[in-house]
Structures are given as C-alpha cells and as structure tokens.
Design a protein around this ligand. Structure first.
Ligand code: URA
Length: 210
C-alpha cells in the first residue's frame, strides 16, 4: 500500500490556515493557493529519479544530476485543480499539463466526465494528478482511472485538504498511488463538503458563487 504523506512543513500549515479563513478574499486565496502548490510540488517531486550528467562549469568539468526521463506531467482535475497549476509550474516550469474534466453530480456525488486531454508519451512520464480537495474521493478515483489507463511511468496524487472518508475510498481503489496532502480534516458533511475544510475551492479561486 502506498503512503499518505501529510506535509507538516510550517510554511504549508501557516498558508493553509490563511487560505481556510472565510474572510480571505479571492485575490489572497489565489496567491496563497499558488504559494501552497509550489511547496506541495517540492514535496511530491522529492523522490523523482535522477540521472548523472557530465557538464562544463566556467571553471572546469563536473558531474551533476538531472531529473531522469521525459518531462513530468501535471494533470489537473477541472475545475479547482487549475488553481494548483501556476504554483507547480513555477517549480517545474517545463512540466507538461493535462486536464481531466469531471463535475460532481450534486445528488449522487458521483463524478461525470466531460473532458480528457493528456500529454503524449505518458508511458515515459511521471504523472502527478492535482486537485485541492479530496472529499468523497470519487473524482480523484475517476481521474486516476483515466490517467492510469495511459500507463504513466509513475503516478502520484496531490491535494491540500483531505478527510478520512476520501482517503479510505481513494486508497481502496488505488492502493498503489501515493497521496500528498497538507491536512486530514475531521469528516465530510451531508452535502459532501469537508469539515472544517475551506468551502468550495473552485468558487473561492475563480470568484464564483454556486
Ligand atoms: N470540493 C470543494 O471544493 N470543497 C469541499 O469541501 C469538497 C469538495
């Protein structure tokens, strides 16, 4: 069973607390989400394989290390996953980006797919699926199903806020996928929202109201 990594770094916890506050407006929410996703990108890429290369510095020959293989693929679960891309691309600027469009049927809480576009050569890439909230886990499971079908070299899932129900569901369906989260909250409420969570991440990022 792959691990659940709770990123306890003080900067992550500090920014997450500010992000959660209901008085945090759209501009600050975007900025904080960007900063948090850069820090999460740093953690989720921690064990990417390296290869040794010979280089020339201005002073002479040296050996260095580069990330092995084709460029990393960040796969954003639409729509809220878009909010994590800028920050992650700030840390891994040459990453390729894919999108999985899923919306949550508010009655069944099940994901409905409306868009799928992945970078080519997924078999040679390390794929990182991103979505700020792991609530029921149904969207994450569906997104990982699609990405797994493209047989990436490796697969990881990153969120900011998760809950026991979503983690259990995701781990049951994708026990091989490591999960990176900044927090494991208390529970899901009857509307499928994480408690205490931060509300609707997409609405807060885009400045829309359901
Ligand atoms: N999606 C969100 O944006 N927030 C939640 O609490 C649950 C799902």
């Amino acid at each position: 069973m792959a691990e659940v990594h709770v990123v306890a770094h003080p900067l992550v916890q500090h920014k997450l607390t500010l992000l959660r506050k209901k008085t945090t407006g759209t501009a600050d929410f975007r900025r904080l989400l960007g900063e948090l996703s850069a820090l999460m990108a740093y953690e989720v890429t921690r064990d990417l394989p390296l290869r040794e290369v010979a280089i020339e510095t201005p002073v002479g020959p040296a050996f260095g290390q580069l990330i092995d293989g084709k460029k990393v693929a960040f796969i954003a679960v639409l729509r809220a996953g878009i909010g994590l891309l800028d920050g992650m691309l700030g840390v891994v600027p040459s990453a390729r980006v894919g999108h999985v469009g899923l919306y949550r049927d508010e009655e069944t809480l099940k994901p409905v797919e409306y868009y799928l576009r992945l970078p080519r050569d997924m078999r040679d890439r390390d794929a990182i699926v991103v979505d700020p909230m792991l609530a029921t886990g149904n969207s994450a499971i569906a997104a990982l199903d699609r990405v797994k079908a493209a047989k990436p070299r490796s697969l990881r899932f990153v969120c900011l806020v998760s809950c026991p129900e979503g983690l259990a569901n995701l781990r049951e369906h994708h026990p091989d996928v490591p999960i990176f989260t900044a927090a494991i909250d208390e529970r899901l409420n009857e509307r499928g929202y994480i408690v205490p969570g931060l509300g609707d991440a997409g609405d807060r990022y885009f400045g829309t109201k359901a």
